[in-house]
Design a protein around this ligand. Structure first.
Ligand SMILES: Nc1ncnc2c1ncn2[C@@H]1O[C@H](COP(=O)(O)OP(=O)(O)OP(=O)(O)O)[C@@H](O)[C@H]1O
Length: 361
């Protein structure tokens, strides 16, 4: 049974004509850590706000544990406080005049939970988040990462069925972000909470989530485990959005292009396809000619700290190759470039990825 089910979910804000979220269907299973990933303005926050109940829906339905909480057809709307959902925003304002302990226990106090239980639950969650030793401090006396953990504790103490996190790490510096990522993974393991996490940082999504839902322009593009999204993108948008350095795109119908000629020579008629792509780490480079290898010249070698990006040129064609091994080549040197068939992605003019012979991958 999915913890959350979104069916044909649509949101069109007042005074706008284009839906911010458009006929979205998504199931989030109990205990899943799902990341909504997509460029700015694609509708990620709007989805979280609708699940939390702080934004109404325009069409479709949201169910939590099989119970509709917002449905246009059924005319029902469950208010946010009855949805048992915790929402942590990018700016996680803590109560500045309350200590950490008071901040964390505040929600239980409001709910009139008996004092002994309040104390037990507050202590338990503070220990799990490693902030028990900070109990008597005020927010101004905490680091960004510690404040972040207090904000999470404040939500987790209420035992939410679902935790919604809207870019909660975006205010942190790189080192803290890394620390908080492992913290979030640990929290997810310790509490088993269903988490929906919004990010536009693909690296964050790939390293944290058990499932990624890629969005573009209010529409869901693909849902799956991170590795599947990376290796089997359903379309060109997903393929290009995921991956750093970016996917190499090779035009197939440019008579000036040696790459295009090379691919036609190997694969014959490619009139159904618009372009072909390969990830930078999938290219095989060698200094000696190989079967099915294309000569290219190294135009630059860029160290990126622990890995290298090598720019390759042949006429107007350009490819990026990436490696974690110290490159043995020099700039201007000629190398031979193999593009393994299994690593190639072929895209139709509408952008969907298809195999050469068997239709949709
Ligand atoms: N209250 C509102 N009224 C009208 N339009 C809105 C409102 N809130 C958001 N939008 C529009 O809806 C679209 C989706 O916005 P949303 O904030 O959900 O995107 P997002 O993917 O979370 O973006 P970001 O990554 O920048 O936070 C955008 O075009 C935005 O301008």
């Amino acid at each position: 049974m999915p913890a959350i089910k979104l069916t044909n979910l649509t949101k069109t804000y007042a005074n706008t004509s284009k839906p911010a979220v458009n006929h979205l269907n998504l199931e989030v299973n109990d205990g899943e850590f799902l990341c909504l990933l997509g460029p700015s303005g694609c509708g990620k926050t709007t989805i979280l706000r609708m699940i939390a109940g702080i934004e109404t829906i325009s069409a479709g339905e949201i169910t939590i544990d099989n119970t509709p909480v917002d449905s246009v057809e059924k005319g029902c709307f469950v208010p946010p406080e009855q949805r048992h959902i915790g929402l942590v925003f990018q700016s996680y304002a803590l109560w500045p005049h309350m200590t950490v302990l008071e901040n964390v226990s505040f929600g239980l106090k409001i709910k009139k939970v008996p004092m002994a239980e309040q104390q037990r639950r507050t202590q338990d969650v503070m220990e799990k988040l490693h902030i028990a030793q900070l109990a008597s401090r005020y927010p101004a006396q905490l680091s960004g990462g510690q404040q972040q953990r207090v904000a999470l504790a404040r939500m987790l103490v209420l035992n939410p069925k679902v935790l919604l996190l809207d870019e909660p790490l975006s205010n942190l510096d790189a080192a803290l972000r890394l620390e908080m990522r492992s913290e979030l993974r640990r929290i997810h393991k310790a509490f088993g909470t269903t988490i929906i996490f919004v990010s536009h940082d693909q690296w964050e999504a790939m390293t944290l989530a058990s499932t990624i839902a890629v969005m573009s322009d209010g529409q869901l593009q693909q849902v799956g485990p991170p590795n599947e999204i990376y290796t089997k993108p359903v379309n060109r948008f997903v393929a290009e959005f995921i991956g750093n350095p970016k996917l190499n795109l090779m035009p197939l119908h440019n008579i000036q292009s040696p790459l295009s000629a090379h691919l036609h020579q190997r694969f014959g008629q490619l009139q159904n396809f618009d372009c072909c792509a390969i990830r930078p780490e999938e290219i095989i480079l060698s200094t000696t000619p190989q079967a099915d290898a294309l000569p290219m010249q190294i135009s630059s070698i860029i160290p990126t700290g622990g890995s290298w990006i090598i720019e390759l040129k042949n006429g107007e064609d350009q490819l990026h190759y990436s490696t974690q091994r110290h490159p043995q080549w020099q700039t201007q040197e000629q190398v031979f470039c193999q593009l393994p068939e299994l690593a190639l992605h072929f895209f139709t003019p509408t952008g969907s990825r298809q195999s050469l012979t068997k239709g949709q991958c």
